[in-house]
Ligand binder design. Structure first.
Ligand SMILES: Nc1ncnc2c1ncn2[C@@H]1O[C@H](COP(=O)(O)OP(=O)(O)OP(=O)(O)O)[C@@H](O)[C@H]1O
Ligand SMILES: [Mg+2]
Length: 342
């Protein structure tokens, strides 16, 4: 077991950072946001999130990650170190295992490694692992003996499609669709159709409450916003049907990509997927009836898990706990181990 080992497993999500702290055998998460004042970090993580869309002038709240990649390197680096130290015992010189997306450029992938290895946390060693594989381990799959599996991670900023077979990735694609895009679409829909301005957090709340399906179409939810005709703040009813149609429009493209990847899957791998179904992970898997919708759209069984947003970090935990079994799935990204112009 991993008792007293100073190792961190990192899943840097676009929306939330998830960390496994092996020394304390503990998983935590925080919003992946910084609040900045005069160019310097003023608040980090959950403390910055409470200021989102509510900030006084002079404070800007920003997401350092975009579409699954590190968009603001310095902010991300500082944020990570702040969070590792925040209200938690932290010792420099730890080992790190970082989950990285597969379908990004090598420079973007390398950035995950550099972020940790050149940070003030003074990492003793940094290894990376492909996120699609890590997730399958997090789901409890015996990946080395599984003929075919299809894992779909729908997160805050991206949707990652991974087809696996016998411990390797057969196909992987990163789609730039996630919760943030659903919220933006809802926000735009409300503005155009109802002349009403709502924040992204309000849009997120609407989406969480309404889900994708359901037959109570006449329902409406009263939410706060600003009336664009009068310019005044007030409450307004937003019809359920409108939100659902918008959500389905955005998800439609993802369903198309899932179908197309499945069609391109080699027959023997497909046989395994048919038997096991699709595994749906990521925070969006909480969305009411998303799995039913996906099942109808793809014709495949869809399974979810009780803590879908933690699937990656739980996979990192398993890899750290069973180092010997999984060693060949992690890379040091040093030149001799990892040919990064593969
Ligand atoms: N109960 C819920 N109902 C609906 N959506 C939810 C729920 N809980 C979380 N989400 C959504 O899940 C998304 C975050 O998921 P997750 O934590 O997997 O993303 P991430 O890993 O940070 O981002 P990514 O993997 O895209 O880089 C957010 O858009 C959030 O609104
Ligand atoms: Mg994620």
């Amino acid at each position: 077991m991993c008792m007293f080992q100073n190792i961190y497993g990192l899943d840097l999500g676009t929306y939330e950072i998830k960390v496994y702290d092996a020394k304390r055998e503990f998983i935590w998460k925080e919003k992946n946001v910084v609040a900045k004042k005069n160019g310097r970090i003023y608040a980090a993580g959950d403390d910055a999130w409470v200021m989102y869309e509510k900030t006084p002038p002079g404070i800007a709240v920003e997401f350092p990650m975009q579409s699954g990649a590190i968009a603001r390197f310095d902010d991300m680096q500082q944020l990570l170190v702040e969070l590792l130290k925040k209200e938690r015992p932290f010792s420099a010189g730890a080992e790190y295992l970082v989950a990285v997306p597969t379908d990004v450029t090598e420079v973007e992938k390398r950035a995950f490694y550099d972020l940790v290895s050149h940070s003030s946390a003074r990492a003793k060693s940094v290894r990376i692992a492909e996120r699609g594989i890590v997730e399958a381990i997090g789901l409890g799959m015996d990946i080395f003996h599984t003929e075919g599996a299809f894992v779909i991670d729908m997160g805050g900023g991206v949707t990652e499609l991974s087809v696996l077979s016998y411990g390797g990735l057969v196909m992987n694609r990163l789609l730039k669709t996630g919760g943030i895009h659903l919220d933006l679409a809802i926000q735009n829909m409300v503005r155009h159709n109802l002349d009403f301005l709502i924040g992204k957090r309000t849009a997120e709340m609407l989406r969480m409450d309404f889900g994708v399906f359901g037959d109570e179409t006449a329902m409406a939810l009263d939410i706060p916003g600003r009336d664009l005709l009068t310019g005044l703040p007030r409450y307004r009813g937003i019809p359920t049907g409108m939100v659902r149609t918008t959500v389905k429009e955005v998800l439609g493209e993802c369903m198309e990509s899932i179908r197309s990847m499945y069609e391109r899957t080699p027959p023997h791998v497909r046989k395994g997927i048919e038997k096991n179904g699709i595994y749906l992970t990521g925070g969006l898997a909480h969305l009411k009836e998303l799995s039913t919708y996906m099942q109808e759209a793809t014709g495949l069984k869809v399974k979810t898990t009780p803590r879908p947003e933690f699937c990656v970090v739980e996979g990192l935990q398993k890899i750290i706990e069973k180092k010997q079994d999984y060693r060949k799935l992690t890379y040091a990204m040093l030149d001799e181990d990892y040919r990064w112009l593969r």
